[in-house]
Ligand binder design. Structure first.
Ligand code: ZN
Length: 189
């Protein structure tokens, strides 16, 4: 097959999910990406490699894999709720989009959008999703006092559906202060 006959398809996926990968899931995500590449009949040039970045404001997982003359990449952000996932897949074949979208099931998406481009002769949009939107987004509730988001001033997201409201943060700070523990040394990451 000559270069001119090849497809140059690029799939971009954006998902909002309830179960993003956490700091201990790097191996899991590498296996997930490996399986996905095999499921769409692409050849792995370099095994997928995942890292979890714990830095505030940019916390989440990044995983990439090299295919023969193409690549795939996943980024997640779990400080927002629902968590956000961005996925890229560039191939020189016809992409089975449904197979890729199905692979996101394990993250429990509440919304998935995609665009599929052909880059062989230009940037041509082949297909795009009508956003798959959940009927109602799950409500944020404080994991400590169970108050909903609307009842408090602020809500801090941990990962995977866990939150703490500003009132509970205050209570925790006071308790720690009473025990002589400074609040700024209570951070674990
Ligand atoms: Zn609370």
């Amino acid at each position: 097959m000559g270069l001119a006959d090849r497809r140059h398809e690029h799939l971009i996926v954006r998902a909002e999910v309830m179960k993003p990968p956490g700091p201990d899931d790097c191996k899991d995500i590498e296996q997930w990406m490996t399986q996905l590449i095999l499921d769409i009949d692409m050849q792995i040039l370099r095994d997928p490699s995942a890292l979890y970045w714990p830095g505030e404001g940019n916390r989440g997982m990044t995983c990439d894999g090299l295919l023969t003359t193409s690549n795939t990449c996943l980024h997640t952000w779990d400080e927002v709720f629902p968590a956000m996932m961005e996925f890229d897949l560039y191939t020189c074949s016809c992409l089975p989009v449904e197979t890729v979208i199905k692979a996101f099931d394990r993250f429990e998406p509440v919304k998935i959008e995609y665009k599929l481009y052909d880059r062989a002769t230009g940037l041509v949009l082949i297909r795009e999703s009508h956003p798959v939107i959940a009927e109602s987004k799950p409500e944020q509730k404080c994991s400590f006092c169970w108050k909903p988001r609307a009842a408090v001033e602020a809500m801090v997201a941990c990962w995977q559906e866990q939150f703490i409201c500003n009132e509970c943060v205050d209570i925790c700070s006071n308790v720690l202060r009473q025990h002589g523990v400074r609040a700024d040394v209570t951070r674990t990451r």
